[in-house]
Design a protein around this ligand. Structure first.
Ligand SMILES: *[C@@H]1O[C@H](CO)[C@@H](O)[C@H](O)[C@H]1NC(C)=O
Ligand SMILES: *[C@@H]1O[C@H](CO)[C@@H](O)[C@H](O)[C@H]1NC(C)=O
Ligand SMILES: *[C@@H]1O[C@H](CO)[C@@H](O)[C@H](O)[C@H]1NC(C)=O
Ligand SMILES: *[C@@H]1O[C@H](CO)[C@@H](O)[C@H](O)[C@H]1NC(C)=O
Ligand SMILES: *[C@@H]1O[C@H](CO)[C@@H](O)[C@H](O)[C@H]1NC(C)=O
Length: 448
């Protein structure tokens, strides 16, 4: 195992002399796993580089990988008192490791406290404190070859961390608000490219969507559509009190918040408690986040109830003439599929408007993103894909959670651009209206 002195590590961490002709954007497939509704990103790690499937998470600060199954000729630990460790924040230190040197075992190694956003890790059964590693990470570029991020920082984890994750996933890809997220580490290596990433989640179980790093466009989709021209923008907001906060030390949330100010159904305003829509910086509660690890949008109970009532009323009106039928869990509102007309934008149901920072900045949700088709033995339904988050959502024992989490299903076939430089979100609403979808991204013909 390489045991490098601290000054050398510092040089390695700022590899400003890596060939800058490497073409950005980096672009990689996002595949939806059918049985779990998880979104899986393809990356490459280790030496020699190995294809690695990771859970895409817009809310995590650092990437982790199962090190019980990790062999690489280049990995290094992060010495606890090094300047890199001080950048990583105040976690723990493994002073002495008894076993033979391995990715999971090294003396004087900085430790992350990792977790699984789908199924919280039971730390009584699995060691949650895991060593930080530095090793090559790579993603495909626009030419179809791999671009290397040589000194990528991530955390080890154990096999027990993979519970609840789709088959084949061996870790988590962190795209959250942090200084060691994947987009930020890419930007540190290519500082002259836009500090920006974009995702387009495909609703198809077979055809992947795409994640793009280091480009504000063009985002080329068949048949010849540049979706970067279809974006409207709203500020990305910060919640100063995130789930990792201590009682005496607030740590900002790693989730991306947007300023939702009202919801309309079929152009009619839903009456909501406005104080729930704002971020409460003292409690960490309230506000609206975007999540790829929550399959369906979750609404705080009072918002959910008002929203459902408005939707039922509009769906029953003569324009739609829809009568509910017995719902199928986890959904609360379902209609017989035979009663619902189909359109280019999915089933014909009332359109939902998420009104953001201004009245004219509206994220439109059509049937293709609001309704979920449930076909089972004896039923064929369209169900409203919004769920009740409970009266008092929490993200830790004492830190409140967002009132609204916009979930993966509502993001599918929408282009989302996270501009980390200007701290704004570019969004397209459904791109079905443009005659394309997220599976129609033009990947280079050359395969990695
Ligand atoms: C880090 O700690 C080790 C062992 O405790 C010590 O030998 C080394 O000098 C320290 N390095 C720095 C940069 O403080
Ligand atoms: C990176 O984030 C950590 C944890 O939030 C913080 O302690 C550290 O100061 C940050 N480093 C930089 C360079 O911003
Ligand atoms: C850690 O240091 C101890 C004492 O110097 C040594 O016996 C042990 O092999 C070292 N462990 C690793 C993983 O290098
Ligand atoms: C609105 O929400 C806030 C925050 O949860 C709560 O304190 C208040 O009682 C609510 N107001 C109404 C009218 O329900
Ligand atoms: C509405 O649907 C009901 C049965 O579902 C039908 O009897 C009625 O004629 C429909 N009304 C209109 C205006 O389409």
């Amino acid at each position: 195992m390489a045991k490098l002195a601290v000054p050398l590590l510092i040089l390695l961490f700022f590899p400003s002399f890596i060939s800058s002709q490497a073409p950005l954007p980096l672009q990689t497939a996002i595949q939806k796993d059918r049985s779990t509704s998880q979104y899986v990103i393809t990356a490459y790690l280790q030496t020699p580089l190995k294809l690695t499937k990771l859970l895409l998470d817009l809310g995590s600060t650092f990437t982790w990988v199962n090190c019980d199954d990790y062999t690489s000729s280049t990995y290094q630990h992060v010495p606890c008192n090094s300047s890199i460790a001080s950048l990583l924040g105040p976690y723990a230190c493994l002073n002495l490791c008894d076993g033979p040197p391995s990715p999971n075992c090294g003396n004087n190694s900085f430790l992350f406290l990792a977790d699984n956003p789908i199924k919280p890790v039971d730390y009584r059964k699995v060691n949650g404190l895991n060593t930080a590693l530095i090793d090559p990470f790579a993603l495909p570029n626009a030419q179809g070859s791999l671009t290397l991020i040589n000194n990528f920082i991530f955390s080890c984890a154990r096999t027990g961390f993979l519970k609840g994750l789709a088959k084949g996933i061996t870790g988590l890809a962190a795209l959250g608000r942090s200084n060691i997220s994947i987009p930020i580490q890419i930007n540190k290596v290519f500082p002259s490219t836009p500090n920006c990433f974009a995702i387009c989640l495909s609703g198809s179980n077979s055809q992947p969507g795409v994640a793009l790093f280091g480009s504000k466009g063009p985002y080329n989709f068949l048949p010849g559509i540049d979706l970067s021209k279809s974006l409207i923008y709203t500020p990305l907001l910060l919640n100063p009190l995130g789930k990792d906060s201590d009682v005496d030390k607030p740590i900002p949330s790693s989730e991306y918040y947007i300023g939702l100010t009202s919801i309309k159904v079929n152009e009619k305003m839903v009456a909501l408690n406005n104080s729930l829509l704002a971020i409460n910086g003292e409690k960490g509660s309230g506000g609206t986040t975007i999540s790829t690890v929550v399959p369906y949008t979750k609404l705080q109970s009072s918002i959910y109830k008002a929203f459902i009532l408005a939707f039922l009323k509009e769906a029953a009106s003569s324009a739609f003439n829809l009568t509910t039928t017995k719902p199928v869990k986890p959904f609360g509102v379902c209609y017989p599929a035979s009663a619902v007309k189909n359109t280019q934008m999915g089933p014909a149901v009332p359109i939902i408007d998420l009104v953001l920072d201004r009245q004219d900045v509206v994220w439109k949700i059509f049937g293709s993103n609001s309704m979920v088709r449930i076909t089972k033995k004896s039923v064929d339904l369209w169900c409203l894909g919004f769920l009740d988050a409970g009266a008092n959502p929490m993200v830790s024992i004492w830190v409140g959670g967002p009132s609204i989490v916009i979930g993966g299903y509502q993001l599918e076939d929408n282009m989302l651009q996270f501009d980390l430089q200007s701290k704004k979100l570019g969004f397209s609403s459904s791109i079905l209206s443009k005659g394309t979808d997220c599976a129609k991204f033009k990947f280079p013909t050359k395969k990695v």
